[in-house]
Design a protein around this ligand. Structure first.
Ligand code: ADP
Length: 479
């Protein structure tokens, strides 16, 4: 099949979260299954370092706001996996991806309408007639609509669309006046169309008009059809339940494999964990903590955002640190208030808490490799990647039973347990989970068994890619 994959961030060119990991690994896995995949994404300033090659294919797209000229740049990852960058300097050549600091760019509606329509135009200009147009999150929602309305009698008209919801908390809401800026017809501004509480909602375009909807774990597919998890869209999602499936994300096992990881001072695998002890020492030293510290080493790598439940970490860990020899290492960035609270925590517990604020891909590998327990008390979690990295790296995850965390971590109480789960989003429930981690740490034989069980679980993209492939085949009618 020919697949056009449209997405707003792609590793290693741009990244703010797990979406970028998916946009790199899933197309690669699909290409590995023999499909021809073209990924289309903006040429942000950050992609320049990769020196993408100009294809000499000019595009121009007209909006009421003006006509925008663009060209296509490309990086090939093999004969059937190409990343195409939509170059439009006025829209994308900026320091940030969606904005800078807490401020989104004021013209994001136009920037991502441009991506949505530009991706389809790019395919057309290249003579690429996809069987499937795979769209991701609100930034690409309008492409589902554009495909239906603008390409009926072109080679793109026969493509079926798949819209993947990676995180329903971000929907791309804009003032309704943007309808005019983008030239969207007002008859679509209705509750069963683009309107959401009197605003324009990009995500809804994908939910309403895509042929199939997917989300990134089976549990999240159910969670989002409830008032608690639906972020205001549960009614619509329930109506489209027949078109919605949950397919668990995989992890990129070429970069996230402790046996071959280039970011680590020592490597290890389920059969020989000696290298993990060396990584632990390196991690402690890197954070200025005593390298031979014996107590459990808890770690977090996270966006500092309400979703991730970092407020529970702040609530529970001080007590635990005061009464034990536990250590905590945190790598994260985001909400300035949460960042400040972690700074205060680190200064209160020197020698016990290590903190790095900022984004550091390489360091994140060392944190997983060196950590004993990974804390992930999310309020909600579409899939989550860090708990899978943790399992692969023998860093036992402590997670809330929600979304993809429920689908990937088996509680210790089960014979095949790989981690620790808790249910209620509350400090006492999280504290009990952390105490269970302390108890497990005290029993080195049990700890090692749990670690090994997690390390041999298969979370590779091959399995997920086959599930997407089966969905695509159903849509194009070749099963
Ligand atoms: P989300 O996409 O909601 O942020 P995921 O767990 O799905 O959460 O994916 C987060 C990704 O971002 C992972 O690859 C994680 O390692 C990475 N990450 C998050 N914060 C940081 C950071 N400060 N430094 C390095 N990597 C980070």
């Amino acid at each position: 099949m020919k697949i056009l994959f449209v997405v707003s961030e792609v590793l290693p060119f741009s990244k703010t979260g797990g979406l970028a990991d998916v946009a790199s690994a899933l197309p690669a896995a699909l290409a590995g299954l023999g499909h021809e995949v073209k990924v289309v994404t903006p040429a942000y300033a950050s992609v320049r370092a990769a020196k993408p090659e100009p294809l000499g294919v000019p595009l121009s797209l007209s909006f009421p706001a003006g006509t925008f000229h663009s060209e296509l740049l490309s990086v090939s990852h093999g004969p059937n996996h190409q990343v195409l960058f939509l170059a439009q300097d006025a829209l994308y050549d900026r320091p940030g991806i969606y904005g800078e600091g807490p401020w989104p760019y004021a013209d994001n509606a136009l920037r991502y309408a441009f991506l949505s329509v530009g991706a389809l135009s790019a395919a057309q200009a290249l003579g690429f007639a996809p069987d499937i147009v795979h769209l991701n999150d609100w930034q690409t929602g309008l492409a589902a609509l554009a495909l239906l309305r603008g390409y009926g009698d072109t080679p793109l008209g026969r493509a079926r669309s798949v819209f993947t919801l990676h995180n329903l908390a971000y929907q791309g809401w804009f003032p309704k006046e943007q309808m005019d800026v983008l030239g969207l017809p007002w008859e679509l501004f209705t509750p069963d169309g683009l309107e959401f509480y009197d605003q324009l909602n990009f995500l809804k375009a994908g939910v309403v008009w895509a042929d199939a909807l997917t989300t990134v774990s089976p549990t999240y597919a159910r969670d989002i059809q409830t008032p608690e998890g639906g972020e205001g869209l549960h009614g619509l999602l329930r109506e489209r339940a027949g078109a919605l499936t949950g397919i668990l994300n995989g992890i990129d096992t070429t970069t996230w494999n402790p046996a071959t990881d280039v970011h680590l001072p020592a490597r290890f695998h389920a059969g020989d964990l000696a290298g993990k002890a060396e990584c632990r020492r390196a991690l402690l030293s890197r954070f200025g903590l005593p390298a031979e510290a014996e107590g459990p080493l808890f770690v977090c790598i996270s966006r500092m955002a309400a979703q991730k439940g970092m407020d529970l970490v702040l609530e529970v860990m001080p007590g635990l640190l005061s009464r034990s020899n536990a250590r905590l290492v945190v790598l994260g960035s985001g909400d300035p208030e949460l960042e400040t609270a972690f700074r205060v925590l680190a200064s209160r517990f020197p020698g016990q808490v290590g903190l790095q604020l900022g984004y550091d891909e390489s360091l994140s590998h060392l944190v997983e490799a060196g950590g004993d327990f990974f804390l992930m008390p999310s309020r909600f979690e579409p899939c989550g990647l860090n708990q899978m990295y943790s399992l692969a790296y023998g860093c036992v995850p402590v997670v809330r039973s929600v979304g993809g965390l429920s689908d990937t971590v088996v509680d210790l109480s089960q014979p095949d347990g790989t981690g620790i789960r808790f249910d209620a989003f509350s400090a006492p429930a999280f504290e009990r989970a952390v105490e269970r981690a302390m108890a497990l740490h005290a029993d080195s034989t049990a700890l090692e068994a749990v670690r090994r069980r997690g390390m041999v679980r298969d979370f590779s993209w091959g399995r997920s890619a086959r599930a997407y492939e089966a969905l695509y085949r159903r849509l194009v009618g070749t099963t």
